[in-house]
Design a protein around this ligand. Structure first.
Ligand SMILES: [Zn+2]
Length: 298
């Protein structure tokens, strides 16, 4: 369990972790011009362009996905050769190191092509992130929360600091800026920083709480083991329906001949990242989650 840091002072905002998610890239440009744009009482966040080469190329990454490069073994590996491997080490040196973090909180900015609205993603064991999410969701019930957790280590960027949250907003195509999503992201960053500032001063306490979360629980591949080897894509009845319950027999994918592939598990699921463009190369059609409630302090 990641305890709440005793004091919260060192906070970073990571932009352009994926070079073709322009919301963060444009916000970086904006915040860079006015150094104090993000300052709140007691906190002056470091604003970071995480993957400058991918940003200049307009691509998600150069060699590999930066947001999967933060495992301890790789961060300690002196022989890393990929561009993102090196960037991960630079970021780990600046914000971490992961095994003894210098930074208290990292906000990582992302967008998705999936119909996910405003989603906060964080480690279930991260108490401060959980409280921040509760606080934001109390003000705005349209925010959803998704978590990862359990045993093992995670390779996401915010894991290098003591605590952190990923802001994921969609739908928006890759390589596109939309004013509404830009201002929505900026609003959430301000709200998070204000929460951290108030929490730090003891003005905001959340002694007990409950939070409904969608916990990562596997993926659905486009090409399952089946007799025909043609391409499949998201079934029209499922496309765009992130967070909606999926039950055995529900149509999931369809192929070019119109053959429907249904969900075959007995256990229900709540898919997210449905039709995320970046996952096509990984053969991932959607991410499965389990919906459950985090509760504490009672
Ligand atoms: Zn991203």
């Amino acid at each position: 369990v990641k305890d709440v840091p005793e004091k919260i002072s060192r906070v970073a905002v990571s932009c352009g972790t994926h070079g073709n998610e322009l919301t963060g890239v444009y916000l970086y440009e904006k915040w860079r011009r006015s150094e104090r744009a993000l300052r709140v009482s007691g906190i002056e966040p470091l604003v970071l362009l995480a993957n400058p080469k991918a940003v200049s190329l307009g691509r998600r990454y150069v060699d590999r996905d930066l947001n999967r490069c933060f495992l301890t073994g790789e961060l300690r590996d002196p022989e890393r050769e990929s561009y993102e491997g090196n960037r991960a080490q630079v970021i780990n040196n600046a914000l971490g190191p992961k095994w003894d973090p210098g930074f208290d909180f990292v906000i990582d900015l992302h967008t998705t092509t999936a119909n996910m609205g405003t989603c906060l993603i964080f480690n279930e064991a991260d108490k401060l992130a959980t409280r921040a999410a509760v606080h934001l969701q109390r003000e705005d019930s349209s925010i959803t929360c998704s978590t990862y957790g359990g045993t093992g280590e995670f390779a996401y960027l915010p894991e290098v600091s003591k605590s952190g949250i990923t802001i994921e907003i969609g739908p928006i195509p890759q390589g596109v800026v939309r004013a509404k999503i830009l201002s929505r992201t900026e609003e959430l960053v301000h709200k998070l920083l204000t929460f951290l500032s108030e929490y730090r001063k003891g003005l905001t306490t959340i002694p007990s709480g409950r939070l409904e979360v969608y916990r990562f629980d596997g993926t659905i591949a486009f090409v399952e083991q089946r007799e025909t080897e043609g391409k499949t894509f998201i079934h029209p009845e499922r496309d765009g329906r992130d967070y909606e319950k999926l039950e055995r027999g529900d149509p999931l994918l369809i192929d070019l001949d119109g053959e429907v592939l249904a969900y075959e598990e007995d256990e229900s699921s709540w898919p997210i990242f449905i039709n995320e463009a970046a996952y096509y190369e990984k053969n991932i059609a959607m991410v499965l989650t389990q919906k459950h409630e985090l509760s504490w302090g009672e």
